[in-house]
Design a protein around this ligand. Sequence first.
Ligand SMILES: NC(=O)c1ccc[n+]([C@@H]2O[C@H](COP(=O)([O-])OP(=O)(O)OC[C@H]3O[C@@H](n4cnc5c(N)ncnc54)[C@H](O)[C@@H]3O)[C@@H](O)[C@H]2O)c1
Length: 277
Amino acid sequence: MSLLRRKKDLPSHNAYAVVTGAGSGIGRSFALEIARRRGVVVCADLKLEGAQETVRLIEAQGGKAFAVACDVGVAEQVEQLAEQAEELMGHPVTLLINNAGVGLGGKIEETTLEDWRWCMNVNLWGVIHGCHYFVPKFKQLGRGAIVNVASAASYTAAPEMSAYNTTKAGVRALSETLFAELKKDKISVNVLCPTLVPTNIIKDGRLPARYSKLANHALMNYAMVTSDSVATLTLNRLDSGELYTTPQVDAKLFWLMKRAAPNLYAKFLGFSYQFVK
Ligand SMILES: NC(=O)c1ccc[n+]([C@@H]2O[C@H](COP(=O)([O-])OP(=O)(O)OC[C@H]3O[C@@H](n4cnc5c(N)ncnc54)[C@H](O)[C@@H]3O)[C@@H](O)[C@H]2O)c1
């Protein structure tokens, strides 16, 4: 990227942005950071109060934002969000953060099909809906940018996370495809793949009681990053034209191990899992 490129030409600066799942955690951090970069933000969330609180925080730092209730798993609601966002901001959307997601854990036989559908619907279909309805608008505008929030789970394949891992692998594959497909349309794509980030995802998720407390404790106390630092890094990577954001050292290490020796990696996981009670 040219050093002479002006900040205002970068996708995360002066953006007209839509952030899904903006009422908490990483989504809220994205919304706040985009506003700090002089963007206007539509904060969409299933829980309107959360989105409204994010708007209040943005306004308190002198920014401009709007709260919208939207279930990303429902195609019609995302279609409406794409229309409404443009009306509210008085400008076409230039940046979409497909962030909304839910946590689900458990062995394959204890994960109900209803759990699978819930997780697939929010984590994967939510991102598909976003790309489906916003990309044509970006093409019409002649530019645009998308951040899809996947997870290191998209490649780590940890046991007892089959549904979550499957959704995130889908988000990563979709992002990789669109990165190449949309380049000629001047639409940038970045996919975020973190390990632990301290947020409400486990508290509000569906995890077996035998380890949900422990998992939440690890998330809140042993994460190497904050949601704010993850959002800032991701937007910087997007601006640099990079596809992947893997914020933590462990996320990078798992990525390298998986790619360098995929069979050995799978055998190692299976071996270690034998000792998990
Ligand atoms: N926290 C982590 O350790 C971690 C790690 C890797 C990836 N992620 C991903 O980051 C993203 C954000 O999660 P978070 O950790 O900030 O969790 P969070 O629970 O703090 O925030 C998720 C937000 O999404 C909203 N949401 C849930 N279902 C929705 C729906 N159907 N439509 C619209 N909004 C909905 C929730 O109301 C909430 O405000 C998710 O995609 C998650 O999978 C999180």
